[in-house]
Design a binder for this molecule. Structure first.
Ligand code: F6P
Length: 322
């Protein structure tokens, strides 16, 4: 393998920098040249490449975001865009790539590899949503849930001081992992996720029962992809039938930033090392994951098709403990 390139694509996630660092340093340690592709697939199309050295990734392990920057490239969805990307890779002697991203990234990688099988690609799961099959944790998830948990802890203080009901919307357009974890960790009254149908009448009943039982404030965590139409719509409906004064907070992109947690850095480093090793072992078209503590390899086509199901017992715990 002549040169190993690395890029980040889609929504950035804390821990991506730790993964980039691991890829660059492992590639060089094994005697290969490392290249950084900036702005994901868009940078691949525009030839935005830079050689990377061990010092290029110094002092980044603790940083959120991604030093390689990211993009959601529309041009890469076209055959012309992918042809340009291929020409740039060949012109730069790149024959192995580590792609760090989520389902959009691996969907692009799968199509690209079918068209240009001489370029070998291995993925590392980078998304706060934890919604990829073939790994117990995606890079960014642990930090995002800790960030969201701290934000909701703060909201609880003020909710309690004013006897209010808060609907807090967290990220996750297709998956409720963030909502479920932070809901459990903050003692929320209810957690609404895309994976299960939201029953507004039941929610109103639960909240009214809590009110009657003198619970003076309540938190409901809503995943952005919940089928009931988002936190504002649900709050408006609930307010009509519930005595609590109701407020809404959308946590939004603050969940995507911040310093990665310790486990995030460790997992991201481990996956970055494994990705380079996988390329050198001749693997391609697979996403690296961590399953039950061991490194796992899952074809892109499977990783993007379905994500691990939310454990119904965990959702049941919210009802028991609230
Ligand atoms: O995929 C990660 C994610 O943060 C989702 O949870 C969210 O729906 C989406 O990205 C937001 O994307 P953007 O930053 O492009 O608006």
């Amino acid at each position: 393998m002549k040169k190993i390139a690395v890029f980040t694509s889609g929504g950035d996630a804390p821990g991506m920098n730790a993964c980039i660092r691991a890829v660059v340093r492992t590639a060089i340690h094994k005697g290969h040249e490392a290249i950084g592709i900036f702005r994901g697939y868009q940078g691949m199309i525009e030839g935005d490449f830079q050689p990377m050295y061990p010092y290029s990734v110094s002092n980044i392990i603790q940083l959120g975001g991604t030093i390689l920057r990211s993009a959601r490239s529309k041009d890469f969805r076209t055959p012309e865009g992918r042809a340009k990307a291929y020409a740039n890779l060949k012109a730069n002697d790149i024959d192995g790539i580590v792609a760090i991203g989520g389902d959009g990234t691996f969907t692009g990688a799968r199509i690209f590899m079918e068209e240009y099988p001489d370029i070998k690609m291995v993925g590392c799961p980078g998304t706060i949503d934890n919604d990829l099959f073939g790994t117990d944790y995606t890079i960014g998830y642990d930090t995002a849930i800790n960030t969201a948990m701290q934000a909701i802890d703060n909201i609880k203080d003020t909710a309690n001081a004013h006897d209010r009901l808060f609907f807090v919307e967290v990220m996750g357009r297709d998956a409720g992992f963030i909502a479920m974890s932070v809901g459990l960790a903050t003692g929320a009254e209810a957690v609404l996720v895309p994976e299960s149908k939201t029953d507004i009448q039941q929610l109103i009943h639960t909240l009214n029962t809590n009110y009657t039982n003198k619970k003076n404030s309540s938190i409901v965590v809503v995943a952005e992809g919940d089928d009931a139409g988002g936190a504002f719509k649900i709050a408006e409906e609930v307010q009509k039938h519930c005595p609590y004064e109701t407020k809404v907070t959308i946590l939004g992109h603050l969940q995507r930033g911040g310093r990665p947690t310790c486990m995030e850095r460790v997992r991201a480093s481990r996956m970055g090392v494994a990705a380079v090793q996988a390329l050198l072992d001749g693997k391609s078209g697979v996403m690296i994951g961590e399953v039950k503590g061991e490194i796992a390899y899952t074809p892109f086509s499977q990783a993007i098709k379905h994500h691990n199901a939310i454990n119904p017992m965990m959702l049941g715990m919210v009802d028991i403990l609230s």
